[in-house]
Design a binder for this molecule. Sequence first.
Ligand code: HEC
Ligand code: HEC
Ligand code: HEC
Length: 222
Amino acid sequence: MSAARSWQTAGAFAAVAMLLSCQTQNPRATAAENALAKAMENSSAAASEVPPAPAKLIPDPPRKELSVVTIKSIETLHDDGEHDANNDAINVLQDPTVALKDFPLDRRQQVNWVKALDQGLIEPRPSLTGKGEMLVMDMDILFTNTKDMPHVRFPHLQHTRWLDCSNCHPKIFIPRRGANPVSMNKVLRGEYCGVCHDKVAFSLFICERCHSVPHAGSGKWW
Ligand code: HEC
Ligand code: HEC
Ligand code: HEC
């Protein structure tokens, strides 16, 4: 079994373990996350076998530690470990469990912000002062280097409803199809999609929201 193949298999098992454990007891799937983190670490050798991108326009950033910071599900301010529950001022703040009561959730019990936006529950400001207009653009990019996982559809539409082009271009992504040597390893290390996902956008462990386009070799995942 080649190193690349064994990573693929390890990744697949981690994903399946994660789905199973989500459905049974632990919505945060800690064991599966650890398994995946381990699989990603073991796969560093495999990752270096991937042929380099044809044209290197920017040098690789220094290699970062694997640091997955999974977003917490909704908690009361009293339980979040960040607010002083003994200070009366806590009662002035609106509690997330109240404010977000009717918000749509994903299968990890975190707010699905795309649905919240679609349902008109929130209205992001175009700028800090609220002035100006969002430049919304509907253009999908398909990432196909996903091995036996479904391809990744990157939708500009859902992003540009609250992000500016300059949030991504040119620092995170050179604006040219195929110009960025993205890989799952890098995403999990906080580069490319991982700059935001698992931090301020939905968890990296909801694989199917990104890997949403099945292909001939991808089999049935979800
Ligand atoms: C935020 C979006 C996103 C999420 C969530 C996500 N991926 Fe990926 N994944 C990507 C992108 C982008 C690529 C690179 C595809 C390319 O370069 O064509 C990728 C590539 C891959 C690859 C191909 C091999 C490699 O190392 O690049 C595998 C396997 C993979 N992902 C597994 C997973 C698994 C398992 C999960 C869930 C635990 C997951 N991904 C969640 C975006 C995502
Ligand atoms: C959340 C990040 C993000 C935001 C915000 C974003 N883009 Fe992109 N853009 C991408 C990604 C990812 C790609 C694909 C790069 C690749 O294939 O390697 C891309 C590709 C492109 C391309 C290349 C298309 C092609 O066919 O070669 C253009 C042009 C572009 N974006 C313009 C824009 C404009 C204009 C905006 C603002 C209205 C914008 N982008 C906002 C992430 C973003
Ligand atoms: C600059 C920050 C940023 C980057 C970089 C980024 N995203 Fe996102 N993404 C967001 C935000 C914010 C949302 C909307 C909030 C949410 O869903 O959590 C979002 C939503 C999405 C959605 C919409 C899901 C749906 O239900 O419609 C997909 C798919 C997605 N991102 C994939 C990707 C992929 C793939 C990449 C990398 C190629 C990427 N994103 C890079 C911030 C980012």
